[in-house]
Design a protein around this ligand. Sequence first.
Ligand code: ADP
Length: 227
Amino acid sequence: MLLKLIDIHKAYPSVQSDNIRHVLNGVSLDIESGESIAILGPSGSGKSTLLNIIGTLDKSDSGEIIFDGNKLENYSEKQLSRFRNQHVGFVFQSHHLLPQCSVIENVLVPTLPLKDPKLKKDCHSRALELIGAVGLVEQKDNLPGTLSGGECQRVAVIRALINKPKLLLADEPTGSLDRQNALTIISLLKQLNTEYNTSLILVTHSHEIGSGMEKKYELKDGQLIQI
Ligand code: ADP
């Protein structure tokens, strides 16, 4: 078992009234190493909230997250930051590439904290391998501004994988792409998930996009239901 969520709750104050809104109301989930899952649900159902809690970018009000046998609520902020850098890759709807850096420099950004020259060299070789895997060798020294939206998102995907994370979290990664580019990104995510045994959690409102994953869940009334 790579990741276990137990009875996660999260509420926000409601904008319309004095009430609070229970966005996550007892979410539990188990994910094995190398497994791919889709979390579906309409806009506002709490998908990003859940993904941000899993990635420790946000905290739940109650419940437990166990990653590789470790309870994440026992971690200090420093340990959480190391956990995110080493074990979790993030891909969002926007690629968030640095415009002044080339493709390969963008892919290497998550490795900047590394000090060991041998590790740095290994990362450089891995960056080239990943750039090859997504068909962007000829553009490796180009700036993001010269690439298409789909190509930029391919770079964002491999940047998320450069540190060999055990878990890849993708929040509407195809939301700003046309259908063809969206399907390309999904098949790429699936291919990299299988090749590198990285568990994948994909959040999407689209059943078509979600259908490529091994398991599908729907977030409904704050609860996760397998569909
Ligand atoms: P989804 O990703 O499914 O579109 P979100 O997780 O972004 O849904 O949001 C779920 C609900 O929680 C929405 O009603 C949203 O307005 C509310 N929400 C999300 N983040 C906050 C916040 N920081 N403060 C208050 N309400 C929030």
